[in-house]
Design a protein around this ligand. Structure first.
Ligand SMILES: [Zn+2]
Length: 150
């Protein structure tokens, strides 16, 4: 676990924290109990919590882009698989060899595809939807739910 110093901002591992001197004198009612003292400056440290990650399905096409957010990568992959099967596979014109191939790939995709299965379908879809370009594509982006502005 990592702990951040309230004063100097340094981040320390648990084993590097110093014991807290005079804890009862340094806390006000309602304060969060610190986990240790900063070995650099002696101020109090609190645990750093990992950011919550979300998995965003992003569609890019000639109209722009839109996104749907999921809490797990498996949920995001399942949703894309369902969208491929229902919205895309059914609309393909099976007279064309390329479209028939893509329809086969998308319909064969499991309801809960693993990463490799979905990656293959996404790649086939991108090749079909925008050959020679990447203006139409679907991707899953993983990142913190509330990223710091950069
Ligand atoms: Zn410090």
């Amino acid at each position: 676990m990592k702990h951040a110093c309230n004063n100097c901002g340094a981040v320390h591992e648990t084993e590097d924290l110093a014991p807290i001197k005079d804890l009862s004198l340094r806390l006000e009612p309602g304060d969060v109990v610190p986990t240790g003292e900063c070995p650099d400056c002696g101020a109090m440290c609190h645990p750093v919590t990992d950011p919550i990650l979300v998995h965003t399905v992003v569609f890019h096409d000639y109209d722009g882009c839109y996104a749907v957010v999921f809490s797990t990568p498996a949920a995001a992959r399942s949703w894309v698989a369902g969208w491929f099967k229902v919205s895309i596979a059914q609309d393909l014109d099976l007279d064309s060899e390329a479209q028939a191939y893509l329809a086969g790939v998308l319909k064969a995709l499991p309801d809960k595809p693993d990463e490799a299965e979905l990656e293959q379908a996404l790649s086939d879809y991108a090749d079909w939807a925008s050959p020679g370009g990447d203006w139409t594509r679907v991707e899953i982006i993983t990142g913190p739910m509330d990223p710091e502005p950069s």
